[in-house]
Design a protein. Structure first.
Length: 214
């Protein structure tokens, strides 16, 4: 019987993923700080999503540091532009929430319903915008459109992501020492993996429709 290579064992694979996720998370934190947080957060997040997407899809061995720096340079302006839109819309919703507290009666009830719907849509786009950004080559407006459509067409996956965030939050609460090494990369892994399920689901539906037309 041929002896099994250590690198083929599940334990090695898990250890390799853990080390990579910790390394990516430290790079994410480091480059966010180098970019003075305001200008570094979104490009670093795009780089992190890009690398973890490649890991999930089992693409060729990834030079993590080199890829991280390359993606940050390439997408620095676009990533910050996306971040600016997300931040501005979030700020507008925050102002609306403050205004909501000054209303009462039927107006308060109606505005509350509208606000909740808008907030849900905003959170859904926030969850999907990065996976869409790194997976598709689209125009600036289309990134937001596709993020919203994928969220709308896959509500069960959005709920699944929400539950995952809740679980991860409690894990980090229970084991705060893990936060430095996995706070961003673990959530990115979960979101990207879930998003790829959504992308594949829509792609299969489109293929079936195309086959039926033919």
């Amino acid at each position: 019987m041929m002896q099994r290579n250590l690198t083929d064992t599940p334990l090695y694979t898990i250890a390799d993923w853990v080390m990579r996720l910790a390394y990516i998370n430290l790079l994410w934190i480091g480059f966010t700080i180098i970019g003075l947080v305001l200008f570094g957060f979104f490009p670093a997040t795009v780089a992190m999503f890009t690398i973890i997407r490649q890991m999930i899809l089992k693409e060729d061995d990834i030079p993590i540091f080199k890829t991280f720096v390359s993606v940050m340079k390439k997408d620095f302006i676009r990533a910050n532009a996306v971040g600016l839109v997300v931040a501005v819309v979030g700020y507008i919703l925050y102002i609306d929430f403050l205004y909501l507290g000054t209303t009462s009666g039927y107006l308060h009830m109606i505005l509350s319903i509208v606000f909740v719907l808008l907030a849900i849509c905003y959170l859904a786009v926030c969850l999907m915008i990065m996976p869409v950004f790194v997976h598709f080559d689209l125009t600036f407006r289309q990134y937001f459109q596709h993020a919203f459509l994928f969220a709308l067409l896959n509500p069960h996956i959005m709920i699944f992501i929400g539950v995952g965030f809740y679980v991860v939050y409690h894990v980090f609460n229970f084991l705060p020492g893990l936060t430095l090494f996995f706070c961003g990369s673990l959530l990115t892994l979960f979101v990207m993996w879930s998003a790829l399920l959504a992308f594949n689901r829509i792609e299969k539906k489109q293929q079936k429709l195309q086959m039926n037309k033919e």
